[in-house]
Design a protein. Structure first.
Length: 590
């Protein structure tokens, strides 16, 4: 079925449902960032495979919305004769629909893919149109005849040597928070929350070690885990207080909650769940899911594991960068070849469980696209005279990694060196920040941007995101960005990744992971302060630096960082040629 026929089939379903338009979010019932094949509705309907998208379809028009990371990709993957290609921020779907729908129109939406705040704004828009927002069955599901089956990947237990805290202890702590919120139970639909609570990991979703399931945690600590039993295999009992029910037992479970107070976090739970709870006679208590913060603040075992994972991952990166520095620049090695080589280096670690996201392997102008994904069509040979950017990560039972390095391919221009150095200055400013308790990521975001701002430059993505513990590579609620309003707490791990992108020419990003830690209080200090400890270990390409732009403190930071990188990773490097290259790459600045 062509995309044109798929779109027309969806419109036929809209007519049958007596609605004038439909809005489709790229997500699943669990709010997953990465989706199994059976949930790729946006890709099936439009061809767009980016990780952020919304589709709006009327009887006569249609549009795909994404952000600035995917402008080029939208152009390559989406047929403009069928769908307008729109910027999610500059022309939001609500605005696009409001301009096209007539007074009294009916807009359909899938409540299982929609958050409460999204539905509220859509209702307000339709009210202005004297129209109505209608919950309907997803029309894509009705016409997607060859839809893949739901994943059935096996689940395994995560040993306490990696989790640091027993499932029973987590249940008890979270149950206290549920009772404090005045609720009888907590409904959990986010799969990473369930994985953390039960100390289990799966493989239903690309890159994130998760199992698609639901969970009801009661205020006495007992829980009901709704999961396809075929995934459990030889999984030993998870302990007392955990009952297992089929994945499709959700409706039956919710029907038993009549008269009960159920805690639901509308930031993570789609409104369809709230609807059926209310229809069943449950009293919905909206509030923060206590798992979110407990998962974000890593315990000592998780932090030690993260540090160990970064060390082994850093050694793999060193071997890869040594390989990269010795390839010919004659076009015989490509971006995809580099992806394969990096995967081989990581896979040498017996604890490696796979990439934590799709590797960004970007040469020259491709690096100007912050979320570029190499394909057979775009695959560019690695040649001299420009830069190569690689943003990648790995999943290990003791931690999740995410690292970006920008590498000189031969001689680079003074402009490239200048902007790389400005990015590095911002990276160092954030890495060395000292900030009082209660400081949010939004308050620190400026530090990473300031050197670029002074030169009239900036970048359009956030400076840092949270990282899971052998979980999602993008984890909330903490982030370093203009919208990062959650205070940073000791134990949180975030990325430090300022960048700069010159469209059609080059892109620069330097990314390390840092953990928030408390600063010991000294006499005379009036407040408690926090700082970052950098845990990613890998050389930063000194050939890219304009030394005249670094001050003494910045040079000292880079020398100290490289000394730590060298001392921690050199014992993990066996090959003599690689060791010699590594020692040169981390030598003190001249």
């Amino acid at each position: 079925m062509s995309f044109a026929k798929r779109l027309e089939a969806v419109r036929d379903e809209l007519r049958r449902s007596s609605v004038d338009a439909f809005i489709l979010q790229r997500t699943d019932r669990h709010g997953s960032e990465y989706l199994p094949e059976c949930e790729q509705r946006v890709a099936w309907l439009t061809g767009f495979t980016g990780s952020a998208a919304t589709v709006a379809v009327t009887i006569d028009e249609a549009a795909v919305f994404s952000d600035g990371r995917y402008t080029v990709q939208l152009g390559e993957e989406v047929d403009n004769a069928l769908f307008e290609r729109c910027h999610l921020i500059d022309e939001p779907p609500r605005q696009w629909l409001e301009e096209r729908l007539s007074s009294g129109s009916r807009l359909g939406h899938d409540a299982w893919l929609t958050k409460k705040a999204e539905r509220k704004s859509l209702k307000a828009m339709m009210s202005r149109k004297c129209g109505e927002l209608i919950t309907i069955e997803n029309p894509v599901d009705a016409v997607w005849k060859d839809r893949p089956a739901a994943p059935l990947a096996p689940v395994h237990a995560l040993d306490i040597e990696y989790s640091g805290l027993a499932t029973s202890a987590k249940q008890t702590a979270m149950a206290k928070s549920i009772a404090k919120a005045g609720a009888d139970a907590l409904l959990v639909t986010a799969t990473d929350h369930i994985a953390w609570l039960l100390n289990i990991r799966g493989n239903d979703i690309p890159f994130n070690p998760l199992c698609l399931s639901y969970l009801l945690l009661k205020s006495d600590g007992r829980c009901l885990w709704m999961v396809d039993p075929r995934k459990l295999g030889d999984l030993e009992t998870l302990g007392d207080g955990i009952e297992i029910a089929p994945y499709d037992a959700l409706d039956q479970t919710i029907s038993s909650l009549s008269g009960k107070a159920v805690l639901v976090d509308p930031a993570y739970t789609h409104v369809g769940f709230i609807d059926i709870l209310e229809a069943a006679g449950a009293r919905v208590v909206e509030g923060d899911d206590p798992i979110v913060m407990a998962k974000a603040v890593k315990n000592d075992v998780e932090i030690r594991g993260a540090i160990a994972a970064q060390e082994r991952d850093g050694a793999a990166m060193v071997r890869f960068l040594h390989w990269l520095d010795n390839i010919p620049h004659d076009g015989t090695v490509s971006e995809m070849d580099a992806v394969r080589q990096l995967e081989l280096e990581r896979a040498a670690d017996p604890l490696y469980r796979g990439p934590s996201f799709d590797t960004i392997s970007a040469h020259g102008p491709d690096a100007a696209l912050p979320h570029y994904r190499v394909s057979d069509k775009s695959n560019r040979p690695l040649t001299a005279g420009t830069t190569y950017l690689v943003d990648s990560g790995g999943q290990y039972p003791d931690g999740t990694t995410d690292i970006t390095r920008t590498i000189a391919m031969g001689e680079v221009s003074p402009e490239v060196k200048r902007t790389f150095t400005l990015v590095l200055k911002g990276h160092i400013a954030l890495a060395t920040a000292l900030f009082p308790r209660g400081t949010s990521g939004a308050q620190l975001d400026t530090l990473a941007r300031y050197p670029l701002w002074q030169a009239g430059l900036d970048f359009d993505h956030g400076t840092g995101h949270g990282i899971g513990a052998y979980l999602c590579v993008h984890e909330g609620p903490q982030r370093i960005a203009r919208t990062g309003n959650v205070p940073l707490k000791p134990g949180m791990i975030v990325s430090n990744e300022p960048g700069y992108y010159k469209t059609g020419h080059f892109g620069i990003r330097i990314e390390n992971l840092v953990v928030v830690e408390a600063v010991p209080k000294t006499d005379g200090e009036e407040r408690e302060f926090h700082r970052f400890k950098t845990i990613t270990l890998c050389p930063i390409d000194r050939r890219m630096i304009d030394m005249a732009l670094l001050d003494t403190d910045e040079k000292q930071w880079l020398d100290a960082y490289h000394e730590r990188v060298r001392s921690r990773l050199l014992p993990l490097i066996d090959e003599a040629a690689c060791r010699a290259w590594f020692e040169r790459a981390t030598a003190p600045l001249a």
